[in-house]
Design a protein around this ligand. Structure first.
Ligand SMILES: [Zn+2]
Ligand SMILES: [Zn+2]
Length: 349
């Protein structure tokens, strides 16, 4: 089969090549991949700034069809349309695994960096973290369930969003646009989403199409004015920071109400950043980082999809053949479009 493989450590070293179809054990299924999303972490691996164990097939956001199953698999059938949580090879016995938080297990090895991933025609995966995709959800949308679940984890489980919250989402990329939709589904009063000049052409337009209450280019308009005007000068109840930028963190501290919550799911890509700590202390702001997803957050995401409260199709800007992964990576580097999904060439038409 064809696959996108990170061959060895270092910058780039990624090639599209022929590799053997994986052989499953009795506790695994073989999934014919129909769509794989490209994640920021795939680009970090390209740039050699994320942990990985080469040679390894990239990609952890996928959807496909079960074509073969091990004899211990009882909950799934051949032909099932599925996607999978990424936490594989977890130990099952540490305090985090036992508390239902395998995403924090130190032994975790996810597809795409720790074990072979889904930028390929087939992937083998253990059944314990598989989920069926709702019939109404396409394979390309199904490939976005994983990143969407990192957002439900952040917004619902970590951020504890409440009915009537005034919400600000900083960053109008795929994650930010999903976060705004989830906040709305959870009963937020009003939601503002921010972007930059570079986002005007595409991302802020999608935000408007999604009917987010306030869509704002912070290089042209004042976020603080907007928030204060709409909150009787108290400030926002919750900021969902999806950009990882230092200035966005500091803006968040400025515009949050006292006792506000700052949920951070964007990585800065730096060793450290400067934040207005004293102001955060004076306002008793809760700073809540969030990472990856949990079983319960996947359940939330799939149920929001079933109820038509989450539109993942709108988040997908491009569907490209797998062999064109380099072109897709370049688009992402230039911040063009939103989520790009790759489809194995044989399935692409
Ligand atoms: Zn991802
Ligand atoms: Zn563990």
């Amino acid at each position: 089969m064809k696959a996108v493989v990170k061959e060895k450590k270092g910058y780039d070293n990624i090639i599209y090549k022929e590799v053997p179809v994986p052989v499953i054990s009795e506790d695994e299924v073989l999934v014919k991949v129909m769509a794989t999303g490209i994640c920021g972490s795939d680009l970090h691996i390209f740039h050699d700034v994320f942990p990985y164990w080469p040679p390894v097939i990239l990609g952890h956001e996928f959807a496909g069809i079960i074509v073969e199953k091990g004899r211990n698999i009882t909950r799934f059938e051949i032909g099932d349309r599925v996607t999978s949580e990424p936490q594989q090879k977890v130990c099952g016995v540490c305090r985090f695994c036992r508390a239902g938080k395998p995403h924090l297990c130190s032994s975790k090895r996810s597809p795409g960096w720790g074990i072979d991933g889904a930028m390929a025609e087939y992937i083998k995966i253990s059944d314990c973290q598989l989920h069926k995709i709702p019939d109404s959800v396409s394979f390309t949308e199904g490939a976005v369930i994983e990143p969407a679940s990192t957002v439900t984890h952040a917004v619902i489980e970590r951020g504890n969003i409440k009915v009537n919250d005034f919400v600000v989402v900083t960053g109008a990329g795929a994650i930010g646009l999903i976060a705004a939709q989830i906040a709305k589904a959870c009963g937020a009063r009003r939601i503002a989403i921010t972007g930059l000049d570079i986002d005007e052409e595409y991302r802020l337009k999608v935000a408007k199409e999604l009917k987010i209450d306030f869509v704002l280019n912070v290089q042209k308009e004042s976020l603080k004015d907007l928030v204060m005007r709409n909150t009787e000068d108290f400030g926002a109840d919750i900021v969902i920071e999806c950009s990882g930028s230092e200035s966005a963190f500091n803006d968040a501290i400025e515009i949050l109400a006292k006792n506000g919550r700052l949920v951070g799911l964007g990585l800065s890509g730096k060793e450290s950043i400067n934040i207005k700590w004293d102001k955060a202390v004076q306002k008793e702001i809760e700073i809540i980082p969030s990472m990856s997803s949990t079983f319960s957050s996947w359940k939330h995401t799939i149920s929001l999809l079933n109820e038509n409260k989450l539109d993942l199709g709108k988040i997908i800007s491009d569907v490209m053949p797998l062999s064109q992964y380099r072109k897709a990576f370049e688009k992402i580097e230039k911040k063009q479009g939103l989520k790009i999904v790759l489809v194995p060439d044989k399935e692409y038409n």
